[in-house]
Design a protein around this ligand. Structure first.
Ligand SMILES: [Fe+2]
Ligand SMILES: [Fe+2]
Length: 332
């Protein structure tokens, strides 16, 4: 075997590939999604104006998103330092999306093998392409504009390693299309509305068009499968979903970005604490409400549509993750 490239990791996986004989369409809704995917392809190297200038002193994402914004740490910085802090923070945040998009390419490639119908396999082939395009966008964005890429954080690694190595298509789909993409869509929406760099806002808008289809795949494929689960499978699925939702929602402190900015360990510890307070502040309210509302609404509605939202799930979401399930369901 060829040498594994530096920084790459190997995830062992063992699944059965379904090689079909019959390809007659069976699920018109899934075929429609596939047709839409073919119609709505776009090209990162043509449809994005990469020559558009960026103001390095301003940075990339909105300053209000940075944990230390509005604290003494932020107030002490001059304009140039604030720009650099924004650059490092953006690099860390967008790197997580970049690694996640690459993970999505890998999971979807597997799904094209494991899924049992032609309708689903054809659609999944388009999602592989979509996710490659998203990875390409972030690779270029980080390389050409931000100038820095961070490692994947442990929460993302753990989720992707789990769903890549589990042989069951529905675990891959719940992990990717239900947990991962619901989170990513809320983040893309927020960035598309608030990022300082116009190119980033535009790129996120383009990506969102694809992501809506990907969530659509989960909605079309999961309900029937979930209905057929026995009690043990159901319990396992619920535990898996809650565990990774918690990881995704609470993980993600950009420690490396603060280290690179020159903060010491004690200061970073303080920043972590301030982060909790900041989450309550009015300054953060816009981002918080944009993200939270989007994430919670989509999450609850999607879980509900797929039949995953049992009474136990509702209770865990409300108690552990502070998602207001009944409010969302009542508004629907
Ligand atoms: Fe994606
Ligand atoms: Fe996606």
């Amino acid at each position: 075997m060829e040498q594994i490239p530096d920084g790459a990791r190997i995830v062992h996986t063992d699944y059965d590939t379904v090689y079909l004989r019959d390809h007659e369409p069976e699920a018109p809704d899934m075929r429609r999604l596939y047709e839409n995917a073919k119609r709505d392809q776009w090209n990162v190297s043509v449809d994005i104006d990469w020559k558009q200038p960026v103001d390095m002193e301003e940075g990339f994402v909105a300053d209000g998103l940075i944990d230390i914004h509005g604290t003494k740490f932020w107030d002490k910085m001059n304009k140039k330092e604030k720009g650099e802090m924004n650059r490092l923070f953006s690099a860390w945040r967008l790197s997580q999306l970049f690694h996640g998009e690459h993970g999505a390419v890998l999971v979807c490639g597997q799904l094209a093998n494991v899924l049992p119908t032609a309708d689903a396999k054809y659609f999944m082939a388009t999602q592989v392409m979509d996710e490659a395009r998203h990875t390409e966008f972030f690779q270029r964005y980080l390389g050409e504009r931000v100038g820095k890429v961070y490692e994947q954080a442990s929460a993302g690694k753990e989720l992707f390693d789990y769903i890549l190595s589990d042989p069951r298509w529905y675990i891959k789909t719940i992990g990717l299309q239900l947990v991962g993409e619901t989170f990513a869509v809320a983040l893309f929406k927020m960035l598309s509305e608030t990022a300082k760099d116009e190119l980033l806002r535009y790129g996120c808008k383009m990506i969102l068009r694809d992501e809506a289809r990907h969530m659509g795949f989960g909605m079309l494929s999961l309900p029937e499968q979930v209905k057929e689960m026995d009690a043990q499978e159901r319990q396992e699925m619920e535990e898996f979903t809650i565990y990774f939702l918690r990881n995704t929602l609470t993980g993600g402190f950009p420690k490396e970005a603060y280290l690179d900015m020159g903060f010491n360990k004690a200061e970073i510890k303080e920043i972590r604490e301030l982060r909790k307070e900041k989450a309550q502040s009015a300054d953060f309210a816009m981002f918080r409400s944009l993200f939270k509302k989007e994430m919670h609404t989509t999450l609850v509605n999607n879980l509900h549509k797929c039949g995953v939202l049992s009474e136990t799930m509702k209770a865990s979401l409300e108690q552990d993750l502070r998602v207001n399930v009944s409010e969302v369901l009542a508004a629907d």
